[in-house]
Design a binder for this molecule. Structure first.
Ligand SMILES: [Zn+2]
Length: 324
């Protein structure tokens, strides 16, 4: 039988990741193209369709072997209609018909979902979820994204905006401004940006000493990686930041687990690369705030797919739709 592939697309503000994936979830070929958000984003889907066609030609594959396209996009998506409701950095007007647009450009069936939800589906299918049907995925990157899977399906909510874990308020009074317009969201303390902000506030308080202060002096800035590495080396200030960040994360995740009792809560995104120093401290707070039956059954784990989670989850969407 000829190869039967699906395409997974992870649309980002500056680059778009594309992969050809088998129905069993093996990535055959993956690459990236720049996202062209000029001209109100009118070139985005035609560029993706063109890139897919060119790659099939390059690989000597007939276009008939490609069955459909799954796509993750950075904003709330109405899954049934494939309309992306609002998105800040792609140039599109509100309520852009993304599914219709990519289907027309590529002449293939498509399925569209929010990118954090796609990452959650990817981890469920091929990653840390290990087939778990009840899964919460938290992406700790520049922002904080979330995806909730119950009984194998993404929880969409009324407006496609369910699972916005990053915008749960953790500092009710006097919190830092968030990109969403509120203040004190989890994203303002647990994203890479938030961690750096907290560290900078401490470092600027006066004569900070220790490894983190030295890294700041040497490089003119610090990253969240600096905070975790310095904490691991015993730096007091870095450990104070770690304690604050993981307190809020553990508290929020315990509250989510008390509501949903998922099999697993998976931590992904760049910040999760800190590994056990992050996971152990979050676990400690999680155990403190989770209801006992939840604490004993819901497990916290680090994501295993890295940047591939989005394209795999997107592919899973179209595979499921084609199988129906
Ligand atoms: Zn927010």
């Amino acid at each position: 039988m000829a190869n039967q592939w699906i395409a997974g697309v992870d649309l980002g503000g500056t680059t778009t990741k594309i992969a050809f994936i088998t129905m069993d979830g093996d990535i055959i070929h993956k690459w990236e193209i720049p996202t062209d958000n000029s001209n109100e984003g009118q070139n985005i889907t035609t560029n993706i369709a063109k890139a897919i066609n060119e790659k099939m030609n390059e690989l000597g594959e007939s276009k008939d072997n490609l069955l459909g396209i799954g796509m993750g996009a950075p904003g709330p998506v109405d899954y049934e209609t494939g309309i992306i409701l609002n998105v800040v950095n792609l140039g599109w007007q509100d309520n852009y018909p993304l599914k219709e647009s990519i289907e027309a450009a590529a002449s293939l069936p498509a399925a569209v979902e929010n990118d954090a939800n796609c990452a959650a589906l990817g981890e469920m299918w091929q990653g840390a979820g290990n087939g778990a049907k009840n899964l919460v995925c938290v992406t700790l990157g520049t922002g904080v994204g979330g995806g909730v899977i119950a009984n194998g399906s993404i929880v969409q909510g009324k407006n496609g905006a369910a699972g916005e874990i990053g915008h749960i308020t953790v500092i009710p009074d006097g919190g830092a401004p968030c990109n969403c317009g509120k203040t004190g969201c989890l994203e303002t303390v647990a994203s890479a940006t938030g961690i750096v902000r907290l560290a900078n506030e401490e470092l600027l308080k006066g004569e900070a000493k220790g490894e983190l202060a030295e890294r700041l002096a040497a490089n003119g800035k610090i990253t969240s990686k600096d905070v975790f590495e310095s904490a691991e080396n015993g730096d007091a200030l870095a450990n104070k930041i770690l304690k604050e960040v993981t307190f809020h994360l553990g508290f929020v995740l315990a509250s989510i687990a008390n509501t949903l009792n998922p099999d697993k809560i998976v931590l992904g995104g760049g910040v999760s690369k800190a590994g056990s120093i992050l996971l152990d401290a979050v676990n400690e707070n999680f155990a403190k705030f989770a209801f006992s039956a939840v604490r004993d059954s819901t497990k916290l784990a680090l994501a295993t797919l890295g940047n591939d989670a989005g394209v795999l989850g997107a592919a899973w969407l179209i595979k499921n739709k084609l199988n129906r």
